[in-house]
Design a protein around this ligand. Structure first.
Ligand code: ADP
Ligand code: ZN
Length: 734
């Protein structure tokens, strides 16, 4: 048989189905022009309407309707990058099916390579070769001086360095003074060296590392829960699985919540393996993004450390996935394709038949249940490395020992901070609230400042001198006068945010150096890394932070953590409120006492008898999980039952509510599925849109995605500015 013939039937041209990375679920048929050989997975360029788009051949179309032949368009060209492997195409189909997202939108996540498509372009270099030009100008002189060494320089680099336009260089090339030559391709970075610096492990660590190494060597699907207390050396231990996989010549993906991807982590990796890993996150420049994408697809990137979107990259030979801080909410994408990167990572590992390590000090209830049932292998690290103790935790009962009026730091906590500062240790005040105060009101008329287009108070941000809506970003300058009654000097800030706490801490400890760490004050990953380093180097005495400080950093002199409002996350109607609060507080207090001295955590609370507070104070993790798992089992909440949300929104309330009702009444009857609602969403208005919610609850074994699909097929369609979002396994209930 002649394999090169691009024909699939003697009667007509060959047809392939191509998936385009836009909001479409089905693949479109295109003709394959003679001379191009295409296989499923090949990356191609195709006409779509008036545009040319990058797309992927999804399948051979063996039985096309002959009447269509002449109406189909041709594939324009095959792009010279490695094809998307079957494993990744299966994942795209799977995720689309599960999340009810158009397949094209999932495909889009795999092609995120920026504008530089295809193999890395050859970059132009420029060199001084001839006599000076007839006419000399200051710009020409500068570029000639800059190239005076006679070596090959990057063309645009040289122009930038000399402060001239590229046109100046081109002019000199025309005159024969300079010559353009291609720059040699940058060599691939050396691979990580598994033996670069091998750590000395404690007996617990040795055992855990051994288990993970064997799993990595098994090259088969298996899930491990690396279950280690804060400071136990989970990173060091999972690096052994990374080392084993690298030894076997396969790629590793380490997923992290984006803000935990710190400079300190990259340095630790380099200390262990001699080189830094390849990064993948939202702030890469388009060129780096394109280069990293190409290196991953070519198998030249050996270890990739990335935020959740790194899961969808086209690894040439993925051999291991690690999900660090697996319980973190940041793994759930809240818009577009509503996927949970930890869960989909397990799916990818299963499809690719490779091992996966989930690491956490406070596993998600789902993962804990899987470990208890033996579906995941628990790999425990029960104590801190180097004999450090776990922090001792105490509750401060705010009913008995409240702070002075208008203040938020209780006398007990203030005393503890004073001791810490005197001993030249660091203290961390934790409050998960950005800004100065969550509410501003007029003492004269009671007017409260709220967002024009959301159902939310405006948050006072004093550094920026504005009142800001945390849902849509709307802001106004901080007023000096009440817009309602005209009173002056009548506005009062109600409640604390981190900026207000800093003011209080500075007043209490005028000699201490304070720093606020909050996402709104940080402009980039770079500045965040710089600030974290400043703290790690001990140039700050009191850190005041939001959950940004909870993750992924060692502060050697930090021994005291004060949680200013431990109850904050408990009362928001979220079925995971207790779990989240437990995880967050455990993690933030776990920053204390990691390297020397004894860590202490204080929880300021109005409900010290709450099971979360009791479990934290008793350092009894088991008790917390027992209670929580029991509750979920009785109420059939995940993982004992399944949930999906439908969020209906529209520009006016009656339209949103009316559609939500019609949608609910179209739900197919099924004994194993319950449809709750519609109810007005807790966040009833966002960006001028009125929101209603339906909650769909089913038994564990039900194919909930299939049920939803059947439902949507018979449900009324959204029209006009009505919008319906489906969220399977929702993490947010607002
Ligand atoms: P976790 O992620 O479990 O909270 P880390 O991996 O951050 O803990 O480890 C805590 C600290 O202990 C880090 O500074 C790490 O470098 C150090 N450490 C852990 N294990 C070892 C070891 N075997 N040898 C040297 N240092 C270690
Ligand atoms: Zn708003």
């Amino acid at each position: 048989m002649d394999r090169s013939t691009p024909e699939n039937s003697p009667s007509g041209p060959r047809i392939v189905d191509v998936l385009v990375p836009v909001a479409l679920d089905r693949a479109y048929s295109y003709r394959v022009p003679r001379g191009i050989d295409l296989q499923p997975g090949d990356v191609v360029s195709v006409p779509l309407g008036a545009r040319e788009v990058t797309a992927v051949v999804w399948a051979e179309n063996h039985a096309p309707d002959p009447r269509l032949h002449n109406r189909l368009k041709d594939v324009s060209e095959k792009i010279d990058v490695p094809p998307l492997r079957a494993e990744l195409r299966t994942l795209v189909d799977w995720v689309a099916n599960y999340t009810l997202s158009p397949r094209g939108m999932v495909l889009r996540m795999t092609l995120r390579m920026g504008e530089h498509l295809g193999p890395e372009r050859v970059r132009a270099g420029v060199r001084l070769v001839g006599p000076p030009p007839q006419r000399m100008t200051p710009a020409r002189r500068r570029i000639i001086e800059c190239l005076g060494d006679g070596l090959l320089h990057g063309k645009s680099d040289a122009a930038r360095e000399a402060g001239v336009s590229v046109g100046v260089i081109d002019g000199l090339v025309d005159e024969g003074t300079l010559a353009v030559e291609p720059l040699p391709k940058q060599p691939a970075p050396p691979p990580p060296d598994p033996t670069f610096v091998e750590p000395d492990f404690s007996p617990d660590q040795t055992a855990a590392a051994q288990t993970l190494r064997e799993m990595a060597a098994g090259e088969a699907f298996a899930v491990a829960l690396l279950d280690g207390v804060t400071g136990s050396g989970k990173t060091e231990v999972y690096f052994e699985a990374v080392a084993e996989t690298v030894r076997r010549g396969r790629q590793v993906l380490i997923l992290m919540p984006e803000i935990a991807l710190t400079g300190q982590f990259l340095d630790r990796f380099a200390q262990r393996f001699g080189v830094k890993p390849i990064e993948w996150h939202s702030e890469l420049t388009p060129r780096t993004r394109a280069r990293n994408w190409a290196a991953i697809a070519a198998g030249e990137a050996h270890v990739v450390v990335g935020a959740r979107s790194a899961l969808f990259l086209p690894y040439a030979n993925l051999g291991l996935i690690v999900v660090d801080e697996e319980h973190d909410q940041a793994y759930k994408q809240g818009d577009g394709v509503h996927y949970h990167a930890r869960d989909m990572a397990v799916v990818r590992a299963h499809i690719a038949k490779i091992p996966i390590v989930l690491a956490s000090a406070t596993p998600s209830v789902e993962t804990e249940v899987n470990a208890r049932k033996g579906r995941y292998t628990r790999v425990p690290l029960p104590s801190r490395f180097g004999g450090q103790h776990m922090p001792q935790i105490e509750a401060i009962d705010l009913r008995r020992a409240p702070p002075p009026r208008g203040r938020f730091i209780s006398p007990l906590l203030a005393e503890a901070i004073r001791h810490a500062v005197e001993k030249r240790e660091q203290a961390l005040l934790f409050l998960n609230r950005r800004g100065y105060a969550p509410l501003t009101l007029c003492r004269a008329c009671g007017h409260r400042f709220s967002c024009n287009i959301c159902d939310a108070w405006l948050v006072d941000h004093r550094f920026r001198q504005r009142l800001v809506c945390h849902h849509c970003g709307f802001s106004i300058p901080r007023p000096h006068q009440c817009p309602h009654c005209g009173a002056e000097e009548s506005l009062a800030a109600i409640g604390p945010g981190v900026e207000r706490l800093q003011e209080e801490a500075a007043a209490l400890f005028p000699d201490a150096r304070t720093m606020v760490l909050s996402s709104d004050l940080i402009t980039s990953i770079e500045t965040m890394r710089a600030e974290l380093n400043e703290i790690a180097e001990g140039r700050v005495d009191i850190i005041i932070g939001t959950q940004l400080v909870a993750k992924g950093h060692n502060f050697p002199r930090l021994n005291l953590v004060g949680v200013v409002d431990a109850d904050l996350g408990l009362s928001n109607g979220d079925p995971r409120a207790a779990e989240r609060t437990f995880q967050l507080l455990n993690q933030v207090i776990g920053r204390a006492g990691r390297e020397q001295g004894r860590g202490v955590g204080y929880l300021q609370t109005y409900q010290p008898e709450h099971p979360v507070m009791k479990a934290l104070v008793a350092s009894d993790r088991q008790a917390f999980y027992d209670t929580e798992i029991d509750l979920r089992e009785r109420t059939l909440y995940p993982p004992f039952g399944r949930l999906a949300s439908m969020i209906i929104s529209a520009g006016d309330r009656p339209t949103a509510e009316g559609f939500a009702r019609k949608l609910a009444s179209a739900a197919p009857r099924d004994e194993a599925v319950q449809v709750l609602g519609p109810a007005e969403a807790p966040l009833a208005v966002v960006k001028g849109r009125y929101r209603f919610r339906l909650l769909v609850k089913s038994a564990r074994g039900v194919d909930l995605s299939g049920y939803l699909r059947d439902w949507l097929a018979v449900a009324p369609k959204t029209k006009g500015n009505l919008k319906l979002e489906v969220d399977v396994d929702p993490q947010s209930f607002l």
